[in-house]
Write a protein that binds this ligand. Structure first.
Ligand code: GLN
Length: 477
C-alpha cells in the first residue's frame, strides 16, 4: 500500500477509512521489508505502538495526525536515543526534545524512527556513519549507490516510501543534494526560520533545519509546522510564518528567473545541462522572464565553506571530551590521556579531519590568513545574491554535479567528495532558502534535481515556482 501525499492520507484518516494504528502497522511492515538498506539507526516497534496510543486520543484537527515522519538522528528526541551517527554519542539519551521535533509531535505525527547520516552531518554520501552506509533505494543490479549526504537516511526513507515526510538539517547541501540523488523534494529554508535548539551542532552559522517529502505541497505543509521563533536559539527569527500550503500558487507569470553563468562547471554532464534547460523552458512557457546573471564570487564558495564549517565544527565538537556525557575511553592513565583517547576512539576519520582543519585555520598565525579571510569572502558571496535579487525573483540551477554515484566511489579523496557541494554551498553561506525538486533522469534512469533559490524569507515564492515546475514533470503526475 502506497500513500501519495500527506493530504491523501489525512483525508483517509478523517473519513475513518484507516486508523492511526493501521497506518503505523503499514509503515512498520514496509520498514522491516527494507532493512537491508540500513536507513534507520533507531527503529523500535514498541515505541511506535506507544506513540499510536497517544496519537489516537488527539483531535483530527491536528495537521499531522497519524502522518509517518522520519527524523534525522541529529535531533535530540526525549524518548529515543540520539547518536549523530557517531560512536561518541552511541548511548546518548537526551533529556529533552528539540524544538523542531516537538512541533511535529504536537501536531500528532508518528515518528517511525531516527535515520542514518554522515557522522555529525559531515559528508555527502552517508558513508561516514559509525552505523554503516545507507544504500540508495534506487540502486539496481547489485550496484549499491550512495543516497547523498549528510541526510542520506531520511532522503532514502522518503524515496523507499518508509515515511511520508522527514526532517533534518542542511549545513552546506545536506537536504538538497540527497533530495536530488533520491528523487524527492527537499527544502532548506532561510537561516533562522527554524530553531536550532536541540540539534547537535556542526557549524552553527550554517546549520538549518528543513524537510523532505514526496511533493512540493507536502514540503510546504511540513515547513510551516516546523518553522517559528524560539527564544532558546538567539539566531531564530521572529518573522511571521505564512501558511505556505494554503497560499501555493503556480502562476509565475512575469517573475524574473536568474540563470547564473558560474553554475556551468567543467565536467558536468549533458544530461544535467539538459534537465536545467528543460526547467528553464518550462518556466518561460509559463510566462516567467529568463535573465542571464553572474554571481562572480561563487567560485570561492567551496574553499570558503571548507574553512568556515570545519572552524565552527572544531569548536562545537570540543564538548565531546568524555566528561559529561557520551563515550569515555577505558582505563586512561591521566585526565589528558582520557581526553585524548576518548576523542581518538570516539570520532571517525572524516570528523577528525574536520577538527584538524578547523583547529588549524583558527590557530594563532593562521586565523587572519584563513578564517578571517573566509569570513570576508563569505560576505562578498552573500552580496552577489543580494544584488541579483534586486531584479530577479529566483535563481535556477542544477542541484548537484552528478546523479547518485556508487557507494564506494570518492572514498580515497576527500576533495572529490567536497566537490559534490559546489551548487549548494553558496546559498548556505548566504543564508538564503533553496529547494531541490526532481526534474529528470540520467541515462541510467537515476533522478536529477533542479534547485531554486530566492532571497531571505521568500520561501512562499520558492514553493510557488517549484509547484509550477512539478505540475509539468511526469514523476509527480
Ligand atoms: N557535504 C557537506 C559537508 O560535508 C554538507 C553537509 C551538510 O550540509 N551537513 O560538509
Amino acid at each position: 500500500m502506497e500513500f501519495k501525499s500527506i493530504s491523501q492520507l489525512k483525508s483517509l484518516l478523517d473519513e475513518n477509512k484507516i486508523s492511526v494504528k493501521e497506518i503505523a502497522e503499514t509503515y512498520i511492515k514496509k520498514i522491516n521489508e527494507k532493512k537491508d538498506l540500513n536507513i534507520f539507526i533507531y527503529f523500535n516497534e514498541d515505541k511506535i505502538h506507544d506513540q499510536v496510543k497517544e496519537i489516537e486520543t488527539l483531535s483530527n484537527d491536528k495537521i499531522l495526525k497519524g502522518i509517518p515522519i522520519a527524523v534525522k538522528d541529529l535531533f535530540c528526541t526525549k524518548n529515543m536515543p540520539t547518536t549523530a551517527a557517531s560512536k561518541i554519542l552511541e548511548n546518548f539519551k537526551p533529556t529533552y526534545e528539540s524544538f523542531v521535533t516537538q512541533k511535529l509531535l504536537n501536531q500528532g505525527s508518528i515518528f517511525v524512527g531516527k535515520t542514518n547520516l554522515d557522522e555529525f552531518a559531515m559528508g555527502s554520501a552517508t558513508n561516514t556513519s559509525y552505523f554503516g552506509d545507507t544504500i540508495n533505494p534506487l540502486s539496481k543490479n547489485n550496484n549499491p549507490l550512495a543516497p547523498g549526504g549528510s541526510s542520506g537516511g531520511w532522503a532514502a526513507a522518503v524515496a523507499a516510501d518508509l515515511c511520508l515526510g522527514a526532517t533534518g538539517t542542511d549545513t552546506g547541501g545536506s537536504i538538497r543534494q540527497p533530495a536530488s540523488f533520491c528523487g524527492v523534494v527537499g527544502i532548506k529554508p532561510t537561516y533562522g526560520l527554524c530553531s536550532r535548539w536541540g540539534i547537535a551542532a556542526f557549524a552553527s552559522s550554517l546549520d538549518q533545519a528543513g524537510v523532505f517529502s514526496k511533493n512540493v505541497t507536502d514540503a510546504s505543509i511540513l515547513l510551516e509546522e516546523i518553522a517559528g521563533h524560539d527564544q532558546r536559539d538567539s539566531t531564530s527569527s521572529d518573522v511571521t510564518i505564512p501558511t505556505f500550503s494554503k497560499n501555493l500558487d503556480s502562476n509565475i507569470e512575469g517573475k524574473v528567473v536568474g540563470i547564473p553563468k558560474e553554475y556551468t562547471v567543467d565536467g558536468i554532464s549533458d544530461e544535467i545541462n539538459g534537465v536545467w534547460e528543460d526547467a528553464i523552458k518550462s518556466l518561460e512557457k509559463k510566462g516567467a522572464k529568463i535573465k542571464h546573471i553572474s554571481l562572480p564570487h561563487t567560485k570561492y564558495a567551496l574553499p570558503t565553506y571548507y574553512i568556515i564549517a570545519p572552524a565552527e565544527a572544531s569548536s562545537n565538537l570540543a564538548r565531546y571530551d568524555g566528561v559529561k556525557y557520551g563515550y569515555r575511553a577505558k582505563d586512561p592513565k591521566s585526565l589528558d590521556d582520557m581526553y585524548e583517547l576518548t576523542r581518538s576512539e570516539g570520532f571517525g576519520k572524516e570528523v577528525k579531519r574536520r577538527i584538524l582543519i578547523g583547529t588549524y585555520v583558527l590557530s594563532a598565525g593562521y586565523y587572519d590568513a584563513y578564517y578571517l579571510k573566509a569570513q570576508k569572502v563569505r560576505k562578498l558571496i552573500a552580496n552577489d545574491f543580494i544584488e541579483v535579487f534586486s531584479d530577479c525573483d529566483f535563481i535556477l540551477t542544477p542541484t548537484a554535479p552528478s546523479a547518485a554515484f556508487p557507494l564506494n566511489e570518492k572514498q580515497d579523496d576527500p576533495i572529490k567528495m567536497y566537490l559534490n557541494d559546489v551548487f549548494t554551498v553558496p546559498a548556505s553561506l548566504a543564508g538564503i532558502p533553496g529547494i531541490s525538486i526532481p526534474y529528470g533522469n540520467d541515462k541510467n534512469g537515476l533522478p536529477l534535481g533542479i534547485q531554486l533559490l530566492s532571497k531571505h524569507y521568500n520561501e512562499q515564492e520558492i514553493f510557488n515556482a517549484a509547484f509550477a515546475l512539478e505540475k509539468d514533470y511526469e514523476k509527480f503526475n
